[in-house]
Design a protein around this ligand. Structure first.
Ligand SMILES: Nc1nc2c(ncn2[C@@H]2O[C@H](COP(=O)(O)OP(=O)(O)OP(=O)(O)O)[C@@H](O)[C@H]2O)c(=O)[nH]1
Length: 313
């Protein structure tokens, strides 16, 4: 047995962080870079993150649980209002908030809107994260850092830290974790080691299908697509070394006129969506999958509380 050291051991910390920022700021990509595996859903289309997805960073000294929220935006529908409520509730509950601001875009009204909301959440420490630094030169980056510092000063608060990162290049991602950890409360681990997310598998599978279904469709469609996984069952009577998971999922659209866009000529587009998402699902779950996709019309689901509940909102 070793003699007790006079230096007190650093206590284990565990807690929650969430990344906020306007659409496309790089929140999901950063979550993935920190966790080291694809858990959040990224896309170059704004507002694809519907569900609160948690990624978990396990370290010897800490457990950092990342909550990925949808972007705060001007609500136009019932869904929009619910999403904003989810965002605000999340902000008030976490131990630290990371505000993502892309290095390659000047601060705009969207950033100010979020910063103002942040200023109102007094107790939670806020870190400014300048994302996508690989896209700018050092002068532009320096100017952005100054502008971000000023933004907080104007609103009467201070950043706990300001840190530039590139999630794509993996630059400063480790340092970001080092800065987040001391802001977490002392606590034993909250999740078993090895857990990367507690998002139910069915929701993650639905998100992967939604992500594939969104790719390459017209700009007005994203908010009209919802995916519900109805069933995930291991196929019976398969040899032990050749399992197969049957997944039945419905892709919901608002109007039957949108059916053609999703399905494509001779069903080709839907087939591609199926193939693409199946590969991702297999990678996620680590098992071969048979994916059965159906397109259904749920009329005006965004405005109908009953439909929203059914679709998981
Ligand atoms: N070059 C570069 N691109 C990045 C970086 N991080 C994210 N991106 C890109 O920026 C786009 C948006 O990234 P996301 O991570 O989906 O952004 P988000 O903030 O989660 O977006 P929403 O879900 O719409 O709120 C994607 O095309 C990413 O590939 C980065 O560090 N460098």
């Amino acid at each position: 047995m070793s003699a007790p050291s006079s230096e007190p051991q650093a206590k284990h910390r565990a807690g929650f962080a969430c990344f906020v920022g306007r659409p496309n700021a790089g929140k999901s990509t950063l979550t993935n870079a920190l966790v080291g595996q694809k858990v959040a859903i990224t896309s170059n289309r704004p507002q694809t993150t519907r569900h609160t997805v948690r990624g978990i960073v396990h370290r010897d000294d800490a457990q950092l649980i990342l909550v990925d929220t949808p972007g705060l935006h001007k609500p136009r529908t019932l869904l929009g209002e619910r999403l904003n409520d989810v965002v605000r509730t999340t902000w008030a509950e976490v131990d630290v908030i990371g505000f993502c601001l892309p290095a390659n875009e000047k601060l705009g009204p969207g950033d100010r809107f979020i910063a103002k909301e942040l200023a109102g959440i007094k107790k939670t420490p806020k870190i400014a994260i300048v994302t996508k630094t690989d896209l700018v030169d050092s002068k532009t980056l320096a100017e952005q850092l100054i502008a971000i510092d000023r933004l907080a000063a104007e609103l009467g608060f201070e950043w706990a830290e300001i840190i530039p990162v590139s999630a794509v290049k993996g630059e400063q991602v480790g340092l970001l974790a080092d800065l987040l950890v001391p802001l977490l409360p002392e606590s034993p681990p909250l999740y078993p080691e090895g857990d990367l997310t507690d998002e139910p598998e069915m929701v993650m599978v639905a998100e992967l299908i939604r992500e594939a279904a969104l790719e390459g469709v017209r700009d007005e469609l994203p908010h009209s697509i919802a995916v519900v996984v109805e069933e995930m069952l291991p196929r019976e009577n398969r040899p032990k070394d050749k399992p197969l998971l049957d997944i039945h999922a419905n892709v919901y659209i608002e109007r039957s006129s949108q059916k053609g866009i999703i399905i494509g000529p001779q069903g080709k587009r839907l087939k591609d969506v199926g193939t693409k998402s199946r590969k991702q699902i297999e990678a996620l779950l680590g098992t071969p999958v048979f994916l059965d996709l159906h397109v259904k019309v749920a009329k005006d689901w965004q405005r109908d509380p009953k439909q929203l509940r059914k679709l998981g909102f």
